[in-house]
Design a binder for this molecule. Sequence first.
Ligand code: ATP
Ligand code: MG
Length: 213
Amino acid sequence: MITMALSKGRIFEETLPLLAAAGIEVTDDPEKTRKLILATNQPGIQVVLVRATDVPTYVQHGGADLGVAGKDVLLEHGGEGLYQPLDLKIARCRMSVAAREDFDYAAAVKQGSRIRVATKYTQIARQHFADKGVHVDLIKLYGSMELAPLTGLADAIVDLVSTGKTLLANRLREVEPFMDISSRLVVNQAALKLKRDRLRPLIDAIGAAVAKD
Ligand code: ATP
Ligand code: MG
């Protein structure tokens, strides 16, 4: 059996056409079933639904042979034990610094002030500000980052942005986009050796589907 880990929502939706191009159709609809293991039209391939941040963990430890995870999630995880053969170019967005409209981020950076930054992405944020030589106090959050500057918890946030609508609705300003994000195919390194005959053609077919659009 080949097991593929996907997260519900945009990654699942955007991976489906790539799987279809490889001849794989998921026969259960995650929005209609409570099942966490979904069958496909191929008896030897199943899909497991996990949290986006759990995909690298499942694949690293062999709970799944392969999976799809955002570059953000992979950088936070560290990528240990994962082979990353393909950028699938799906779930695209960017990692940005955002602040309240009345916070002068550029001036704070220039003055060398300590900036309080709230984020779910502490590894990515730490690396970004270290590269820039900016002093920050990082505050780890698990969601609703937009609230942090509005309540005075932080001066700025580091978060994913696609349209910018969420920032605008909360009167925040994107002050520094710094990393393009898309989702990658990740494969368990041991599985790639042991199940190579079945995984390699699958990876190649998905790769061909990505190259087509
Ligand atoms: P949950 O919503 O269950 O807390 P999550 O926010 O990590 O988990 P998603 O919102 O489905 O899960 O995001 C999954 C991946 O999609 C992210 O890791 C990121 O790579 C990408 N992503 C997140 N937000 C956006 C966005 N606004 N536009 C495009 N891609 C995004
Ligand atoms: Mg989300």
